[in-house]
Write a protein that binds this ligand. Structure first.
Ligand code: PMP
Length: 366
């Protein structure tokens, strides 16, 4: 068995011990005689699995007691609608547009009301986090942002001061990569397929007072009604039983590794040398300004599309997989999520300097 160094942006690398444990329990989950995939979600045994996943996540993230934790389906994309359907009580929300995902969320919200762009870095190709507005209209229903822009590779370390307007954050691609003060937000959500499990589970963490009166919009499907989902323990219907089970194991793995501070330190130790290399390279250049760079998605390019392609193909031949940038951004992207080991980054750095040494003469003016 040969496992590659996997820099996929998502679905992405999972911790090997978790994969092994899943394999061991595949046919017979702890003496039950069945796989978790074959188990009723209404059984006490499955209830213990989902309860344990939630309790572990609450410990790992330090989620305050007045927040509901939901395990839903439909990906992060469904939450582009779920957020306005539940929170747009007066028909107006503000959006910070820092890249592809907040732009998509903003467009989707316009199906339900007025979604106003209050800050954007589109003008500079999303090479940074936009400057936050200083005097936010306090009549907005919420202020939406995407903490880590997976496609373009920028990340917010600070958040806007929104006054009494609830902050809503899509944290999909930095979920569990670093500590997050949940109490600053009205709602945070994440698709789990980058750092926390297989695709098909979205974790929604929402402050109870925001949903206690039910969804803002009457057309909200029951499935997306956060109050109802909270009342039913994320089991209004059949949940993604298997996915939640794997997430629970990843949450435990994060806890055993030392929690979110340890994850942040490890991730910085991975991406720091990559950014440093890029800042000093004569061939490659980083796509995002210092101070705005993602802890997970390192985006870079040579400036020559054919050379970028050659780099990605050559990497794959060496077992360094999934470096091609998103089609909207071009170039390369090395996604260094929690389960990507330091050795993967070391191998990538070695390959980059080898590639640079071989190709630099070609790119220099004669
Ligand atoms: N938000 C962010 C930040 C993402 O990175 C992605 C997917 N890469 C999405 C939303 C959409 O997620 P999904 O495919 O689970 O709907």
């Amino acid at each position: 068995m040969a496992r590659v160094f996997n820099f996929s942006a998502g679905p992405a690398a999972l911790p090997e011990p978790v994969l092994r444990e899943c394999a061991e329990e595949m046919l017979d989950y702890r003496g039950s005689g069945m796989s978790v995939m074959e188990m009723s979600h209404r059984s006490p045994l499955y209830q213990s699995i989902i309860d344990d996943a939630e309790a572990t996540l609450r410990r790992v993230m330090g989620i305050p007691a007045n927040y509901h934790v939901l395990f839903l389906q439909g990906g992060a994309t469904l939450q582009f609608a779920g957020v306005p359907l539940n929170l747009m009580r007066h028909g107006r929300a503000g959006y910070v547009v820092s890249g592809n995902w907040s732009q998509k969320a903003c467009q989707e919200a316009r199906r339900y009301g007025s979604a106003e762009v209050v800050a954007s870095s589109e003008g500079t190709g999303f090479d940074r986090v936009p400057e936050f507005p200083s005097d936010l209209d306090q009549s907005l229903d919420y202020l939406y942002l995407c903490q880590n822009e997976t496609v373009f590779g920028n990340m917010m370390r600070d958040f806007p001061d929104a006054g009494s307007v609830p902050l809503v954050a899509d944290v999909s691609s930095c979920f569990l990569s670093l500590p997050l003060d949940v109490s600053r937000f009205g709602l945070v959500y994440a698709g789990v397929q980058k750092n926390a499990g297989p695709a098909g589970v979205t974790v929604v963490i929402v402050r109870d007072d925001l949903v206690q009166d039910g969804p803002a919009l009457g057309v909200c499907p029951s499935y997306m009604d956060f109050r109802l989902e909270a009342e039913r323990g994320s089991m209004l219907n059949t949940p993604n039983c298997w996915g939640i089970y794997v997430c629970g194991k990843v949450f435990r793995w994060v806890e055993e590794q030392g929690g979110l501070e340890a994850m942040e330190a490890r991730n910085l130790a991975k991406v720091g040398p990559l950014y440093d290399y890029l800042d000093h390279s004569a061939l490659f250049s980083p796509s995002v300004l210092p101070g705005h760079r993602s802890i997970a998605n390192v985006c870079f390019r040579t400036g020559d599309e054919a050379l970028d392609g050659e780099f990605v193909t050559g990497a794959a031949e060496r077992g360094i997989a999934n470096l091609k940038g998103h089609r909207l951004a071009g170039g390369m992207r090395a996604s260094c999520y929690n389960a990507v080991p330091q050795e993967a980054v070391d191998a990538l750095l070695a390959y980059m300097s080898d590639f640079e040494a071989r190709h630099l003469p070609r790119t220099r003016p004669i």
